[in-house]
Design a protein around this ligand. Structure first.
Ligand SMILES: [Zn+2]
Length: 370
């Protein structure tokens, strides 16, 4: 008796040869069930790679129909698919690729009525939507059923990815609701190969999770800016006051989930720094100290460092070096917090002085130069 048919053995030889996978790992994949929510730009590479890898059961969820404008990036579809339901076309494409697996198509969007039943039976959930509300629903339902999920989002040339597990920080620890005018790729545009890159990373993380491999993007947020090819990984911390996984007391201002929005992920140096921490970092030459106030304010009093007013950072007319974290300060906190969010969204490692100079100066033991 063998675990696999001869055809399966041949198909998965390159997996079985890997010590980290082997026959046992391939059996794990065969017994796994991946729930892929969204069959667009991310769902295409995610579903193709998971089907090719031999994930035994795949459910794809999408209520949309294929449009000609989707073909620029949604590589599961061909011209004849225009007008057809995306989940059904994806199901057929995956079965053509791998007839040994089972593929289910749900031809409607994920919502509160279908999410519990779909997520309860999944081994891993993949967010391939471009919807903040869908991500919140996935987050809540995955917490409820102790499921891990792989998040990714795209904006123009940049992408983000993270793995949320039942024991780590959750999506809601990181992001809050977006502004009503938050861009999505329908209006913002997107370079065609970017979803392929991010979806492939999602599929790879899902396989690692299913196989129990180390090095997951858990408690981390991967930021990729493909216009400059900057890759950065930020540490995500659990928010004790998170309304999903904490006590719900948090009123922390958080980000919406696109690269250009404000992010609650913090660098290893921490997002909010005390004056002592900030000056120690700058003096040890481990960070770039930046005063984001006006020149007049800077001349009047400063903690040292460069003076780059917030307006200059907002306009994008100043480029920072990426070799060290950037520590920002201002009068009361809001300007440096805003600048910090802008820089983090661009993939920089940044922090800011909590409460600004006002709080620092009011604290008698602050080590400031006169
Ligand atoms: Zn949370």
């Amino acid at each position: 008796m063998t675990t696999f048919t001869a055809k399966e053995y041949l198909r998965y030889t390159r997996h079985i040869q890997l010590p980290q996978v082997g026959a046992q790992g391939q059996t794990t994949l065969k017994n796994a069930h991946a729930l892929i929510i969204g069959c667009g730009g991310l769902g295409a590479p995610v579903s193709l790679y998971l089907a090719a890898a031999g994930v035994g059961t795949i459910t794809v969820v999408d209520g949309d129909t294929v449009e000609l404008s989707n073909l620029q990036r949604q590589i599961t579809f061909v011209e004849n698919d225009v007008g057809c339901n995306k989940a059904q076309r994806t199901q057929q494409r995956l079965q053509d690729l791998n007839s040994d697996i089972t593929v289910h198509a749900i031809t409607e969007h994920l919502d509160e009525s279908n999410a519990p039943a779909l997520i309860a039976v999944a081994s891993i959930v993949l967010d391939c939507t471009d919807s903040f509300n869908a991500r919140c629903l996935i987050n809540e339902t995955c917490r409820e059923f102790n499921k891990a999920w792989v998040y990714a989002s795209l904006y123009q040339f940049s992408g983000q990815c993270a793995v949320f597990t039942p024991t780590g920080p959750c999506f809601n620890c990181l992001f809050s609701a977006p502004a009503n005018n938050a861009p999505n790729c329908n209006v913002a545009g997107i370079l065609g190969a970017l979803p392929g890159l991010m979806g492939t990373i999602q599929a790879n993380e899902a396989l690692k999770y299913l196989l129990g491999l180390d090095g997951l993007l858990e408690s981390k947020l991967l930021l990729i800016e493909t216009s400059t090819m900057d890759f950065q990984t930020l540490v995500i911390h659990s928010d004790p006051g998170c309304s999903s996984c904490g006590n719900g007391a948090s009123n922390t201002k958080k980000a919406s989930d696109h690269s250009l929005q404000k992010i609650n992920a913090v660098s290893p140096f921490g997002k909010q720094l005390s004056c002592d921490e900030m000056i120690a970092l700058a003096q040890s030459n481990q960070a770039q100290l930046i005063d984001v106030r006006s020149q007049q304010e800077h001349v009047a009093f400063n903690l040292g460092g460069l003076n780059i007013p917030l307006a200059l950072i907002e306009s994008g007319d100043f480029s920072f070096k990426r070799d060290k974290p950037i520590m920002l300060y201002c009068q009361a906190g809001p300007r440096s917090e805003h600048a910090c969010a802008l820089l983090i969204a661009q993939g920089f490692d940044a922090g800011y002085l909590e409460g600004g100079l006002a709080k620092t100066l009011a604290t008698s033991h602050a080590k400031i130069k006169s």
